[in-house]
Design a protein around this ligand. Structure first.
Ligand SMILES: Nc1ncnc2c1ncn2[C@@H]1O[C@H](COP(=O)(O)OP(=O)(O)O)[C@@H](O)[C@H]1O
Ligand SMILES: [Mg+2]
Length: 228
């Protein structure tokens, strides 16, 4: 299997006044296509920053991210947006749906950006798949947290991503709702053969993936396969 994601000597620093804050420090790993992978670590350890760099949402200070054989480091913002739309799905802890669009319209956005046909039909099918076919005309504010996250799952899978990034996707949900959303993530992932990169505090959830990386203070402190 080929590598879908390769992270080499990746560092990220932020300047605050004349001081530099190192948020990620020489991170290295590669993920093979179809693999499932978790990143765990305490709050502030750099997990969200790392995921954002891997997904091309942000740029590193040094080092390299290669996604689907595309080197992201030198790309412009527009070029990275194109790569994301072609290959990447992203699920945020706080859903990040567009409040002025209905559930259906939110799911349609990535497909419309690609200029696809039958966008509405495909999007409705996805909403049905996550159990929200009858709520398609509702706005995010009319949906519960779990329902909003299911819409964002439908959106994340709508462009048939090669790789799905999920940043604490159940962090804002109660236990029962979390279980439903987790099951959907793993089911959709299996059905579509997507690579999954998951950030979570929940070790039980992390242990459902094949491999766990631990971050502490922006450094990788362990990188091990999950024992089955
Ligand atoms: N835009 C930014 N400017 C300055 N510091 C930031 C910025 N984004 C994140 N940080 C800092 O980087 C560190 C890691 O943040 P983050 O990646 O969100 O960690 P995690 O997701 O593991 O909680 C934190 O100390 C945070 O305050
Ligand atoms: Mg975070």
């Amino acid at each position: 299997m080929s590598n879908i994601l390769s992270v080499q000597n990746l560092s990220k620093t932020y300047k605050s006044g004349n001081r530099e804050l190192t948020v990620l420090d020489d991170v290295n790993f590669t993920i093979k296509e179809g693999d499932t992978f978790s990143i765990v670590g305490p709050s502030g350890s750099g997990k969200t920053t790392l995921l954002g760099l891997c997904a091309g949402l942000d740029r590193a200070s040094s080092g390299s991210v290669v996604l689907n054989n595309i080197v992201l480091d030198k790309l412009t913002e527009d070029e990275r947006a194109y790569v994301r739309n072609q290959y990447v799905g992203f699920i945020f802890q706080n859903f990040q749906l567009i409040p002025t669009l209905t559930a259906l319209e939110n799911v349609m956005v990535p497909l419309e950006l690609r200029g696809e046909r039958n966008v509405k039909k495909q999007s409705l099918q996805l909403l049905e798949r996550v159990g929200l076919g009858d709520r398609h005309h509702h706005y995010p504010a009319q949906l519960s947290g779990g329902e909003q996250q299911r819409v964002s799952l439908a959106r994340a899978f709508s462009n048939n991503p090669k790789i799905l990034f999920a940043d604490e996707p159940t962090g804002n949900l109660d236990e029962e709702t979390s279980e439903k959303v987790e099951k959907l993530i793993f089911d959709l992932n299996r059905e579509s053969g997507t690579t999954l990169v998951l950030v979570t505090h929940d070790l039980e959830l992390a242990e459902r993936t094949n491999r766990i990386i631990r971050l502490r203070g922006g450094k990788v402190v362990s990188d091990e396969p999950v024992q089955v």
